[in-house]
Unconditional design. Sequence first.
Length: 264
Amino acid sequence: MTQNFKDAQNVETKDQKQYHLPARPGDVADLILLVGDPDRCDEVATHFSSIRYQDEHRELCVRSGDYKGVDISVVSTGMGDGSTEICVVELCKIVKTPTFLRCGTCGILDPDIGLGDLIITSGALRLSNTMDYYVPPTYPSIADLDVQQALIQSAKKHKIHYHHGLTATAPGFYSPQSRKIEGFPVEQPDLPEKLGRLGVLNLEMEAATILTLASLRKARAGAICAGIASRPQNQFFDSENIAKAVQKTIVVALDALHSLHQNT
């Protein structure tokens, strides 16, 4: 089916179907759970009692449905800040009052944090330059206080071990996170250690982008990640334990969104 887009500046159809995101106004709820992996959308959707909308395009997947009487959407951003920037901007074009909650995985920087523990972001360091095209380098990436509190209360309610503090967002997975791969130089070989000494708890690839764009849009946003790799201990979870850790983040995140709806 042929789709006609408005122009090169505003790439959407007349009914606001987005170029990348497979959605238009009304398809996505105000409460949005953001995951990186498209397959994780279906994992989240198993917690919905019904699904009213679903579609996917490239790495962007959308599922909207009922969670305990509340309309919630889960949308995949893909990996990294470039794909995430596209996803969040296009969501903001079709959702008037969005609340964004990143639900993902991360590397641990603090030796006192155990594998499988959850980390709730208070603010994020921008190690990428994508957001420099929106804001000055000194512009902070801060999580909304209501979202932080909802996540903390949800983790306590479910008796899930969590930590609360600073996150760093890297622009890639290998050299940008000081992983030494033969044939590829690493410009900052001790970056995880430096960040850890500064009190940064975890390292991932999307949170700062989400928080910065949400701030510009005057939208609520936050992030919660499961620690699946310990950089101080040089350990990485197996696939079974990763799946269990991801489920914990989903449970806490959905409950937090539900609470935010009730307290709005």
